[in-house]
Design a protein around this ligand. Structure first.
Ligand SMILES: Cc1cc2nc3c(=O)[nH]c(=O)nc-3n(C[C@H](O)[C@H](O)[C@H](O)COP(=O)(O)OP(=O)(O)OC[C@H]3O[C@@H](n4cnc5c(N)ncnc54)[C@H](O)[C@@H]3O)c2cc1C
Length: 298
């Protein structure tokens, strides 16, 4: 058997390590074809090694100072190049946004979490990207910088299809803004995977619940599903079942069924469409029960 050399596996490419956003724009302008942004490289290098892509130019974003977690008047700002480990370990995230610390700590393995970034997880736009559903239910938004300046996009609208986002040519995700959780609220992300160890989500369900002042009625609720459609999606009909109502087991069953109906899962090597749909129903009901316990009773 003839062994492939490193060069056969990954073709030569130009490597740039810019120190500022204008410098990134200059490089992108000079290398319009075949250039790829790289943060931690955990997805990008896999795609290069499996020959899904063959970049002519790789632009490393790690020198841009985009790894930070900052308190803001209206929540938290997390730089796009913040690693998954930095998020899981951050006291500020644990205090203000514990669902993101918990989500990141369940992803991948220790070494990948030290390299992989929040921005990379979102921009890679895998349907099973774990950070997307919780950010969607938290109402987070993405700060994007491009040749024409900056714009803000809700994370809910960021991922559009496998490997596709709303980012236009030359645009870079620079920051995620997470609004504060209102009083009497909580959020949870439940991930179902095939084994106990490192694995992608077969299904992921995130829920954020806000109770009213009396603590008896559901003032607001957001439910997002991962790995059951080309991009993470909101289960709006399920939310409507619960919003404004007392949280009873019967309504949880109804909402979970609506969430199942919202899913558009596929059958692949990891699981059948029917199995995934059933998991959506189970995880949604479990997430609602957990949150009721935590927010109302707890
Ligand atoms: C063994 C293994 C296990 C994994 N387990 C999980 C898991 O459990 N859950 C999960 O969700 N993922 C998992 N992943 C996927 C991966 O680790 C994450 O998606 C990671 O967060 C990607 O971040 P990165 O910085 O490495 O991205 P990179 O590989 O650097 O980039 C990924 C893509 O995003 C683009 N990009 C990166 N940053 C930006 C930016 N700021 N602006 C615009 N575009 C950008 C790149 O051009 C590229 O297309 C796993 C990967 C491996 C190898």
């Amino acid at each position: 058997m003839v062994q492939e050399s490193e060069e056969d596996v990954v073709k030569n490419f130009d490597y740039f390590a810019p120190k500022s956003l204008p410098e990134v724009q200059e490089i992108l302008a000079a290398h319009s074809e075949g250039s790829f942004l790289m943060a931690g490289g955990t997805d990008l290098m896999m795609q290069m090694k499996s020959k899904v892509i063959a970049p002519k130019c790789v632009i490393d974003l790690k020198g841009l100072g985009l790894n930070y977690i900052k308190p803001m008047e209206d929540g938290l700002a997390v730089g796009a190049a913040t690693t998954l480990h930095e998020i899981e370990a951050s006291p500020l995230i644990k205090e203000k946004c514990p669902v993101m610390a918990a989500t990141c700590s369940e992803m991948s393995c220790y070494s990948i979490r030290h390299m992989g970034t929040l921005g990379g997880n979102l921009c890679n736009a895998s349907p099973s990207a774990d950070t997307a559903p919780p950010l969607i239910v938290l109402g987070a938004s993405a700060r994007i910088s491009g040749p024409d300046g900056e714009r803000i996009v809700p994370v809910e609208d960021l991922l559009t299809a496998p490997g596709q986002t709303v980012l236009k040519k030359g645009e870079i995700l620079i920051e995620i803004r997470i609004p504060p959780l209102p009083p009497r609220s909580g959020a949870v992300y439940l991930k179902y995977k095939r084994n106990e160890g490192m694995d992608l989500a077969l299904v992921g369900v995130a829920v954020c619940m806000v109770m009213d002042g009396s603590g008896t009625l559901c003032q607001d609720i957001r439910i997002a599903l991962g790995a059951v459609a080309p991009a993470p999606l909101r289960a709006s009909a399920a939310e409507t079942v619960l919003r404004g109502n007392a949280l009873e087991e019967e309504l949880f069953e109804k909402a979970a069924l609506k969430a199942r109906e919202a899913a558009e899962p596929i059958t692949d090597v990891r699981g059948s469409a029917d199995y995934r749909a059933a998991l959506v129903q189970t995880l949604t009901r479990d997430a609602l029960r957990q949150l009721k316990e935590a927010v109302v009773s707890g």
